[in-house]
Design a binder for this molecule. Structure first.
Ligand code: DC
Length: 235
């Protein structure tokens, strides 16, 4: 029988640095990094490119049987494909982000992507990041981490990134956007974002990127070692 795969679940709000930090941790352990947000984005991209109203749950659901999302790893990087097209870059636009927020709240979309996420985790050692990985997709994950930072800090990082790219959006607008996304993710009826009871909290508000990666690696190491430690003999 093939050896059981190690599954590490990382959840948290938008802008906490999950993908960068999780990717670095996955590399350190030689595991594959699975960005599940990209799968939701691929579904939104499919719908938007066919002019399907992403707020019409029945309509979106009726097209799901035509969607073929796939994750492939090219030179160690995750690429997301939909119906054979590599959409890894195209899914990062503000329009797709808004559409993704809508489609990810549709229960039939979540069910549709559930099996694919489970299959990837059953077949590979993974660091999987998202919103409901530790609570819904991989409730038996070996390690669960809830990675967060205050809304102000996440907005500050995002604002810096946008300004460096030449954007002129104000900090207040970015903060309002962060708060809105948090609200949507935490208050939807199905699989809302929340910290799993058995997840370790990792707050990166006052920690730089390398510090956050080190924190994550330490948590993973400790949990994996504790799991494999022999039970102490009862006396
Ligand atoms: O992590 P991200 O910004 O790429 O996520 C895009 C959207 O998908 C965001 O609105 C939350 C949603 N999402 C989700 O509902 N469940 C996941 N496991 C991953 C992302």
């Amino acid at each position: 029988m093939p050896a059981k795969k190690i599954n590490i679940a990382i959840d948290g709000p938008a802008g906490a640095g999950k993908s960068t930090i999780a990717k670095a941790a996955a590399k350190a352990f030689g595991f594959i990094y699975v960005d599940t947000g990209a799968l939701y984005r691929a579904v939104a991209y499919f719908m938007l490119s066919r002019h399907i109203d992403v707020n019409n749950a029945d309509k979106v659901a009726s097209y799901l049987c035509d969607v073929v999302p796939e994750l492939k790893y090219i030179d160690g990087e995750q690429h997301v494909f939909v119906n054979g097209e590599d959409v890894s870059d195209k899914i990062r636009t503000p329009e797709v982000s808004m559409g993704t927020s809508a489609v990810s709240a549709i229960p039939r979309v979540r069910n549709f992507l559930f099996d694919l996420q489970k299959k990837i985790a059953a077949e590979n050692n993974v660091v999987m990041d998202g919103r409901d990985i530790g609570t819904v997709v991989l409730p038996n994950a070996d390690v669960k981490i809830y990675l967060t930072a205050t809304a102000e800090e996440r907005a500050r990082r995002r604002h810096k990134e946008l300004t460096e790219k030449g954007g002129t959006v104000s900090f207040e607008e970015v903060l309002a956007d962060v708060n809105k996304r948090d609200y949507n993710d935490m208050h939807r009826d199905v699989a809302p974002l929340r910290q799993a009871e058995d997840a370790a909290l990792c707050d990166t508000t006052n920690v730089d990127l390398q510090g956050a990666v080190d924190m994550l690696i330490n948590i993973i190491n400790e949990k994996l070692q504790a799991e494999s430690a022999p039970l102490s003999p009862s006396t």
